[in-house]
Design a protein around this ligand. Structure first.
Ligand SMILES: [Mn+2]
Length: 434
């Protein structure tokens, strides 16, 4: 049985209470979760999937409701200013989203949320990492993703999807998958509209449902537009993305109230501007804002992605640590960040354009800190140099002035092959550790 037709805000409240009940009375629960970088795509894909799938769950679904969880603590939502304009259009705010804080503490999670009572559906990644992965990877029963297939999700996940395909945004694949169910739910809601009115706390008519759908559609559009640079990046945009935008915009056009305030280009610019609006954040928070970590052969590798140039980070570090030169201060901040996470290898990727130079640019810093991390960093540099177009970082003819300590190894480059995002760089780094 499907959940009652509701707004996204109403649905998230239902999902939260379903999760609480499952924890308090040891009942089954289906959790839909994005990856731990929790970028826009990893927020919108589970929310969209869970919303539509709960309206029209497949036969033999593990539970009738799907609970979307953002893979970070609630306090980290504040590090993502680009969520604000998006949530606003979906008529929710950060407090409505479910996060890791809504799951039991890791020390008692196995007892409160026994693996056999759970099913996990992965969005925007295809291997459950970290402590959740240790506990629940055996319970993964569905995936929609656009990263390389790591082969950890079972080949048959019926009745849930197992879709891993190339596309600009994972949310496009989710939209494509949900389309039919969403249309069925919209139609059945129309035909049962009269019956619904009676005794329901929410008296919904066709116009209300159209508004709810348009709100959810705007949430989905946000990731697709950001991940494809407003569908203008030829490298990133696929058919899945353009079709998904068309479909979601139809939902908007059907709702005059929302349609009048919607302009694709303006919406994209609004989100893009919010994304790099983090001058107020501390360097440490900027580094953990879009961060992913892997363990290969017992060695920890961390990658931070930042949408500002190294220059910006150097200045930020200098202003936070008076007394130290900016470059030295940045390296000190990176060091403490890496130490907290016991990293043997740490990489920092920047991606940005400036008003002086509007072309999209990337820089890459790779730091081998200890043991296998050091040999791995060297191996990465020699193997990846050509593919990524790595050129030693110079500023006005001076090579980057940062010094690694002792045996450590540090590479700082301009990455000329800008089409390669973390989706390509991270696997190269991981392979260098094997
Ligand atoms: Mn993604």
């Amino acid at each position: 049985m499907a959940v009652t037709r509701n707004s996204l805000r109403g649905f998230l409240a239902q999902a939260r209470s379903a999760l609480r009940t499952a924890i308090d009375s040891r009942q089954r629960i289906t959790i839909v979760i994005g990856n731990e970088s929790a970028d826009l795509d990893s927020m919108t894909s589970p929310v969209l999937f869970a919303y539509v799938q709960s309206l029209c769950p497949p036969r033999n679904a593990f539970t009738p409701i799907y609970v979307p969880v953002i893979n970070i603590p609630a306090s980290d939502l504040a590090l993502r200013p680009e969520f604000s304009p998006v949530l606003q259009r979906a008529n929710i705010n950060a407090a409505h989203l479910l996060t890791l804080d809504d799951l039991p503490e890791f020390s008692v999670i196995q007892d409160k949320l026994p693996p056999e009572n759970t099913k996990w559906i992965l969005m925007d990644h295809n291997a459950l990492q970290g402590p959740l992965g240790k506990m629940y990877s055996g319970r993964v029963g569905g995936v929609i993703d656009h990263h390389d297939d790591e082969g950890t999700v079972p080949a048959d996940t019926t009745p849930e999807p197992r879709i891993i395909e190339r596309s600009g945004s994972c949310t496009s694949l989710v939209t494509e998958y949900c389309q039919q169910r969403w249309d069925v739910a919209a139609l059945s809601a129309l035909s049962s509209g009269a019956a619904h009115g009676q005794g329901d706390s929410v008296s919904e008519d066709g116009a209300t449902r159209t508004l709810w759908d348009a709100q959810v559609a705007q949430l989905g559009l946000a990731s697709i537009l950001v991940d494809t640079v407003n569908l203008e990046s030829a490298d990133k945009t696929t058919d899945h993305d353009s079709k998904a935008v068309k479909y979601l915009e139809l939902k908007i056009i059907s709702c005059p109230q929302v349609a009048s305030g919607y302009d694709r280009g303006r919406y994209y610019k609004e989100i893009d501007a919010a994304k790099s609006d983090f001058g107020h954040l501390k360097l440490h928070d900027i580094l953990r804002k879009d961060y992913k970590q892997w363990t290969e052969n017992g060695v920890h590798l961390g990658v931070s992605s930042v949408v500002k140039p190294l220059d910006f980070l150097v200045q930020k570090a200098g202003s936070e640590q008076n007394g130290l030169g900016g470059e030295e201060a940045l390296l000190e901040s990176l060091r403490s960040f890496a130490q907290e996470r016991k990293l043997s290898m740490y990489a920092l990727m920047t991606a940005f354009s400036t008003s002086a130079n509007p072309a999209f640019q990337r820089e890459l810093l790779v730091w081998g800190i200890s043991g296998v991390g050091i040999s791995g960093a060297k191996r990465f540099a020699s193997r990846a140099q050509e593919e990524l177009g790595l050129e030693d970082w110079h500023f006005e003819g001076v090579k980057h002035p940062w010094q690694a300590r002792g045996d450590e190894w540090l590479g700082v480059w301009r990455q000329r092959q800008v089409q390669h995002s973390r989706k390509r760089v991270a696997p190269l780094l991981r392979q260098a550790l094997i």
